[in-house]
Design a protein around this ligand. Sequence first.
Ligand code: CMX
Length: 138
Amino acid sequence: MKITHIEHLGIAVKSIEEALPYYENVLGLKCYAIEEVADQRVKTAFFKVGGTKIELLESTDPEGPVGKFIEKKGEGVHHIAFAVADGVAEALKEAEEKGIRLIDTTPRKGAEGLNIAFLHPKSTMGVLTELCEDPSKK
Ligand code: CMX
């Protein structure tokens, strides 16, 4: 697959409201969007950092992926998201052929209208990995 850049880093927080002062007042970043992704049972907050982004993830359901992550590991880096130039479906096919365990077998819609899919951390050395493409830039 052809990765062009790190699209974002996902960071699990207990509360976006409580995390914002650190990102805005200490790091001096500006939150430009807050969006709920019902399908993923999260509320997200986005910051641009150079050519990439930070995505804060607050769980809206203790049984959702971020709720379970925080319960088990606490707050912290949750996933890395790579932008793929050749499309998420193609990248998934290639990853599967190379023996990687997929969480999503087909792309779905994520925050900011991106097409996304996840690879399982058990086959990526412990790093939950998201592949994404921006359909508006195709
Ligand atoms: N990073 C690394 N490892 C993780 C992890 C993460 N974010 N989340 C869970 N794990 C680990 C667990 O600790 C567990 O490890 P051990 O067996 O060594 O204890 C292992 O993965 C499997 O855990 P599990 O109990 O079988 O599965 P879970 O129910 O915890 O689900 C996962 C884990 C990754 C499959 C699930 O969280 C998932 O499907 N994630 C993809 C979707 C997602 O994360 N959405 C939120 C973000 C959405 C967005 O960015 O918009």
